[in-house]
Write a protein that binds this ligand. Structure first.
Ligand code: AMP
Ligand code: ZN
Length: 515
């Protein structure tokens, strides 16, 4: 079995990934707060963890991987958006407007992320479906001395877990206090104590609780949903193996953007470990770096964002966005640039050209992943080295290794048929005279696009005949084919991996018509 290595934020090293139970690999990723369209930065973790999900399914078997990603549908930002709508004259109560907003945002999110080729996780719980579990967890934390109620709030007492709090992000409570610039609420015992529950006005969404009508804090949402879906429910259904039962409440992978490491993930760990009396919440913590704009994190609050939908509406295909993302390793910051998008589109167009040739069906692996080359899998298994994986993709493209190309694309989340369908139409407009570059074809600027396309076909055909001839040791068909090309005024330049067809001054395209 392939060993996957993952960079664990907890240890700050790359570790062999050893699941608690290989028959039931469990992963939780923090999902979006649904108050507006996802910006491009929000899409980065979706694509990164989608590739990880696909890799885990490949290595452990699709039915042995459980992926949970939540929707935060109760949050002050959502309330503020609904309030703005109300003030602008929208009909309905604030609660109704909140609900309307979250529903439409979830719908947009699933469509936009689907356009990027992201599979839907096994579970997509909404925080509002877990209020009872959050209240129960808060009561438990109070009973165990890790939380206290004050003025309608429930707060987590960081001093009750001082030795552990801050380990993930590498901070101590004292440093945090020294660095904190937030105004400290008078009811907090320690300035770093964070909210588990807070009061709601009559208008705001709220639920009855032992502390009055209120709503949960953000962090407790993930603790409650992860516990229920990755531990309690499987336990009740008898789905946990002995190995899993020996590590109660712990699951394998927790992911999200590195902006969530502190305080969100630190707080999730504190809540869950203290409620369960454990020292481990998730074994491996993975964090993607940020998508940036001129060196700054893309974010709604900085206003330096554009949405995934903006790009899709401008005609940038989801596959291009995905390809651009995967060309940078997930632990490196990256920018979105037009140049990257253009190059990705060109590569995908060339891929479509190669995959779109007759015979693809015949050559495609009949089983998904059936012929995934080991070098490619090793790259991906090495802490998701997608840039290296894409270098291999380019090689398969250049060598017209169709079945390797299709298998590699599939696990990276590109459906080969979709690429053919979508990108063949871009072919003429976007590539022009550079069309043959990756199959080693040079086409001069004054050759028409139609001829350029024909030459690509011919170069690919030549490569195919050559590889057949190498196997059968019968070169007559290849020689005949080459004669026709030379007669038409094409210089055939061959290297080990490629074929270049270079039109000479006597090039006569009409001589190619019957080929
Ligand atoms: P939010 O809705 O703000 O909680 O964010 C949803 C997900 O997007 C989280 O995993 C964040 O870490 C991630 N995220 C937010 N901004 C960026 C960014 N600029 N680049 C990469 N990931 C981001
Ligand atoms: Zn979370």
């Amino acid at each position: 079995m392939t060993t996957i290595k993952l960079h664990n934020t907890k240890s700050r090293t790359k570790e062999d990934f050893v699941p608690i139970d290989p028959e039931n690999v469990r992963m939780y990723v923090c999902g979006p707060t649904v108050y507006d369209r996802a910006h491009l930065g929000n899409a980065r973790p979706v694509v990164v963890f989608d590739v990880l999900y696909r890799l885990l399914r490949h290595v452990f078997g699709a039915e042995h991987v459980k992926y949970v990603r939540n929707f935060t549908d109760v949050d002050d930002k959502i309330n503020a958006t609904a309030q703005t709508r109300k003030e602008a004259g929208a009909a309905g109560t604030l609660e109704e407007l909140v609900r309307e907003r979250t529903e439409e945002t979830i719908d947009w999110y699933l469509k936009d992320m689907g356009a990027l080729g992201a599979m839907e996780p096994n579970h997509m719980p909404r925080a509002t479906q877990y209020i009872a579990q959050m209240i129960a967890m808060n009561e438990d934390l109070i009973a165990k001395g890790h939380a206290y109620a004050a003025e309608g709030h429930v707060l987590f007492a960081v001093d009750s877990w001082k030795e552990h709090y801050g380990k993930l992000s590498g901070r101590s409570v004292d440093d945090m206090i020294a660095g904190a610039r937030v105004e400290v609420a008078p009811y907090k015992k320690n300035p770093m104590d964070f909210v588990l529950w807070k009061p709601s006005t009559d208008e705001q969404p709220g639920w009855d609780s032992p502390w009055g009508r209120g709503r949960p804090g953000w962090h407790i949402e993930c603790s409650a949903m992860a516990e229920d879906l990755l531990w309690k429910q499987p336990l009740e259904r008898g789905l946990l193996s002995e190995a899993a039962l020996a590590k109660p409440h712990t699951f394998d992978i927790h992911g999200g953007g590195n902006d969530l490491m502190f305080p969100h993930h630190e707080n999730e760990i504190a809540q869950s470990c203290c409620a369960h009396g454990d020292d481990t919440f998730a074994n491996y913590w993975l964090h993607n770096e940020m998508l940036q704009v001129e060196g700054k994190k893309m974010s709604k609050s900085l206003g330096n964002f554009f949405t995934v939908r903006d790009l899709l509406d401008q005609g940038v295909p989801g596959e291009v966005i995905r390809f651009v993302f995967l060309q940078t390793h997930y632990r490196k910051p990256m920018d979105w640039t037009e140049k990257k998008a253009k190059e990705a589109r060109q590569t995908l167009t060339k891929i479509a050209q190669v995959l779109g040739r007759p015979g693809l069906e015949k050559n495609r692996p009949n089983q998904s992943f059936g012929e995934l080359p080991q070098e490619f899998l090793s790259a991906l298994a090495d802490d998701l080295n997608t840039p290296l994986a894409i270098t291999h993709v380019r090689k398969y493209l250049k060598n017209a290794q169709i079945s390797e190309l299709a298998a590699a694309l599939e696990i990276l989340g590109f459906a080969p048929e979709r690429i053919v369908e979508k990108f063949q139409q871009f072919h003429m407009t976007t590539l022009g005279s550079n069309i043959g570059a990756n199959v080693g074809l040079e086409v001069s600027d004054n050759v028409s696009e139609r001829i350029a396309e024909t030459l690509v076909e011919l170069a690919l055909r030549f490569q195919e005949l050559r590889s057949d001839a190498m196997q059968t040791k019968n070169f007559s068909e290849l020689d005949d084919f080459k004669s026709v090309l030379v007669n038409a005024g094409l210089e055939v330049r061959m290297s080990r991996d490629s074929v270049e067809l270079v039109p000479a001054s006597d090039f006569d395209s009409s001589k190619l018509e019957n080929i």
